[in-house]
Design a protein around this ligand. Structure first.
Ligand code: UDP
Ligand code: MG
Length: 328
């Protein structure tokens, strides 16, 4: 297990919070609680983290027994804390709620999924990188062997597409990462409503490091990210807002533009065979093509208007219902 660097050995250990967003995770929670508790106790014992370190489960408006289980774990173990959101707000918002709560108590915060897909043992290496001076440590999957070929392909395509658009995003990094309090304070200043953490965190700057880990199968329960959610997550990441009617205009524009090309061919053939009157071809061609381009442009302008709309509204990103936390 990595130790704190020799030069800093005399400094007291710092406080670590593990933030775990949970949505209908009753099937995995007892095991996740047990594994993480073991990990944090072991790290406390070896002096890597302080005794004030905690595991913070964020219940993202679950409909099952998730919150009951979190409350039970909290009663049994002082290291386990719980945060309950007033309703389901999605993975990114639940994560943000947890991070913003944890930063009030912790020196460093690691976010992790509830399903044990992220290798718990990599936590030691995250913390070692933190002590070496990194404010952000990205967990990067060494392989995607446990994912289906489809998920692998689409995910890889998504990362590549984002990078092609000029978004600074770490390859094969999900939301398994460590952030220092300083980095979290910086994150809190990004006040956008549709926070795409993977895109925002690299914008913060500060020294960072990468820790590679093996991604496992989901321990139990089902993925809370069906294809539909995955697609919308990707779309939000790209535009940071979903204004569906406006997007439909864009697609309609594309459709009509392509139709216009086919139409143009048809018109040309008609003209060749002499089935038309004078001016018909040019007139019809222009109507279709300009119509398509206009709709497309309108949709594109609409995307920006939609973004302004979202920023202006300044909706609260989360509303906390309860906070359970044993803090001395
Ligand atoms: N999650 C959440 N709110 C949601 C959906 C998911 O807090 O609305 C949590 C979920 O409990 C898990 C994490 O986000 O801890 C990642 O979800 P999942 O493992 O289902 O995604 P996958 O690994 O399949 O991409
Ligand atoms: Mg998962």
């Amino acid at each position: 297990m990595p130790e704190r660097p020799a030069g800093e050995a005399k400094l007291p250990p710092e406080t670590l919070y593990l933030v775990i967003p949970c949505y209908n995770e009753e099937a995995v929670l007892p095991e996740t609680g047990r594994r993480l508790l073991e990990k944090i106790q072991q790290m406390e014992a070896s002096g890597m983290v302080s005794e004030k370190s905690r595991i913070l489960f964020v219940d993202d408006g679950s409909k099952d027994k998730t919150w009951e289980l979190v409350s039970q774990l909290h009663e049994q173990h002082k290291q386990i804390s719980g945060l309950k959101l007033s309703r389901n707000r999605g993975h990114q918002n639940a994560l943000l709620a947890g991070l913003m709560t944890a930063k009030q108590y912790a020196d460093m915060v690691i976010s992790m999924d509830a399903d044990l897909q992220d290798d718990v043992d990599a936590v030691d290496r995250f913390v070692a990188e933190y002590y070496k001076g990194s404010d952000v440590v990205y967990g990067v999957r060494s392989s995607r062997a446990t994912d289906t070929a489809f998920k692998r392909g689409t995910a890889q395509g998504f990362y590549k597409f984002m990078q092609a658009l000029g978004v600074d995003i770490v390859d094969n990094h999900a939301d398994y990462r460590l952030m220092s309090r300083r980095a979290l304070d910086a994150l809190a200043q990004y006040r956008e409503v549709n926070l795409f953490l993977r895109g925002v965190v690299p914008l913060i700057g500060f020294p960072s490091a990468i820790v590679t880990y093996e991604r496992h199968e989901r321990f139990a329960g089902e993925s809370k990210y069906p294809l539909k959610k995955m697609l919308s997550f990707a779309f939000d990441g790209i535009t940071s807002f979903s204004v569906k009617p406006i997007r439909m205009i864009t697609w309609l524009g594309v459709l009509i533009f392509f139709a216009s090309i086919i139409m143009l061919l048809v018109l040309l053939i008609q003209k060749l065979f002499g089935y038309t009157v004078q001016g018909w071809t040019t007139l019809m061609g222009s109507i279709w093509m300009i119509g398509g381009i206009q709709l497309l442009c309108l949709g594109m302008i609409g995307e920006y208007v939609g973004k302004i709309y979202a920023e202006v509204k300044q909706r609260p990103r989360f509303i906390v219902d309860q906070l359970l936390n044993d803090m001395e």
